[in-house]
Design a protein. Structure first.
Length: 273
């Protein structure tokens, strides 16, 4: 599903031209479901699109496609939460972790600039970890990860484990499914995510080795900016990575552990990066 809204650009207003409109991304969602679930899911997607905190869309597109390929089965990333009380503390932690896993200062700077940009994207930016060069084919849209899901049994297990930490909700589950698929892409070194919802201030940083680290207070309340950055290892195999992220069906069918809240020091010293 994708929901968007057209806004008249300042430039066209000023020039009194024929109205040139810009599309603002409101909400998006995707999943892999059995045929008989489709009408229920489509209804949920419409509700979600029309009740979004980013605004009321004037266009909602729902695409339903039959999978042409057998899904790859993977395990979810383990989950932990950073102990943080401010965007300053969270930003510092993220920079430290990214540096430790081999992302250059330049790439970190580019990533934060993109995430702080007013122009939010529908998909993710791809950055080369060494140079910070942006390599996604469409810079306005980004790379949209689709064809991802979770089996019923795995979802039940995940709900139980997240409930013990008081974080059993659809947002965390969907983000974890996405981050697990992204981390399973062999060219991806790490992902950084900030929600574009003004009322949701917990983001995450994830990788195969780090797992899924929830980062509270990644931004201030009311801030509509957000996005996703995938840091890529090399400049070759990019087409392959994009194809995997956008098209390869991947289903989570096993759940790793979900633990509680850890300090920055505990995370940085205990994890094998
Ligand atoms: N593929 C690529 N990028 C995406 C996708 C996708 N399927 N969906 C969203 N994005 C990008 C896009 O630029 C959005 O603006 C940005 O990510 C944020 O998306 O454990 O809600 O859906 O509590 O607002 C993290 C949960 C929630 C943390 C993230 O992201 C937790 C969230 P949102
Ligand atoms: Mg959002």
């Amino acid at each position: 599903m994708r929901a968007s809204k057209n806004v008249e650009s300042q430039r066209s207003k000023a020039k009194k031209q024929k109205i040139k409109s810009d599309e603002i991304h409101i909400s998006g969602a995707e999943g892999i479901y059995a045929g008989q679930e489709i009408s229920t899911i489509a209804k949920q997607y419409i509700k979600r699109a029309s009740e979004h905190t980013r605004g009321i869309p004037d266009r909602v597109v729902i695409t339903i496609e039959k999978l042409q390929e057998r899904p790859e089965m993977i395990k979810s990333l383990p989950v932990i939460t950073l102990k943080s009380v401010s965007p300053l503390e969270s930003g510092r932690f993220i920079r430290q972790v990214l540096k430790k896993i081999g992302i250059s200062d330049d790439a970190i700077r580019v990533a934060f600039n993109l995430l702080k940009s007013k122009k939010t994207m529908r998909g993710a930016s791809l950055l080369l970890a060494e140079s910070g060069r942006r390599i996604e084919p469409d810079k306005e849209r980004g790379v949209r990860v689709t064809r991802l899901g979770i089996s019923k049994v795995a979802e039940k297990t995940l709900s139980g484990r997240l409930a013990k930490q008081g974080i059993n909700n659809a947002r965390v589950k969907e983000a974890l499914v996405l981050a697990s698929k992204v981390a399973s892409c062999k060219q991806v070194m790490a992902e950084l995510c900030i929600s574009d919802n003004p009322d949701y201030t917990t983001g995450y940083i994830a990788s195969k080795n780090l797992g899924y680290i929830r980062v509270p207070h990644i931004k201030n309340k009311g801030d509509r900016r957000g996005g996703r950055i995938f840091f890529l290892q090399k400049s070759f195999g990019i087409d392959e990575a994009v194809t995997y992220l956008e098209h390869k069906p991947v289903i989570i069918n096993g759940i790793a552990e979900c633990k509680g809240i850890f300090s920055s020091d505990e995370i940085i010293h205990n994890y094998n990066m």
